[in-house]
Design a protein around this ligand. Sequence first.
Ligand code: FES
Ligand code: FES
Length: 153
Amino acid sequence: MDVTITLTVNGKKTSITTDPDRPLLDVLREDLHLTGTKYGCGEGICGACAVLMDGQRVMSCFTPVAQADQKAITTIEGLAAGDKLHPVQEAFLAEDASQCGYCTPGMILSAAALFQKNPHPTDEEIVDWMNGNVCRCCDYPKILAAVRRAARR
Ligand code: FES
Ligand code: FES
């Protein structure tokens, strides 16, 4: 049975009537047209669909939309503050840390979540945290360099 879910996405409050078990990813992409969040594995293990829920990283493919009720969701479309990119976005640009770019939104949101917990992570902590994000282009050295650069700020 459909229920009405109220969530705030990128600062905008919205209500959706839908199956509560539907993945948050589907609601973001199909209902709200926020296609920056990507579908990869659909099983919570690749990180392509990572978003922030109340500042915490969640895999939106694996998160029923009911869990987002009354929560604040940040997708890649909402990470910048107006014209000012988030420091992780700036670092990815500076290090040219993407090839096809498919993994990039999830990588950036995962790194942003890391800095909320640990503003100055070591390389080991970065690698450990980002382990849940897969890059099929294997651009890992540049991704590490970007997260390291953001950590210096
Ligand atoms: S698509 Fe969600 S973790 Fe892979
Ligand atoms: S840059 Fe292509 S998947 Fe990571």
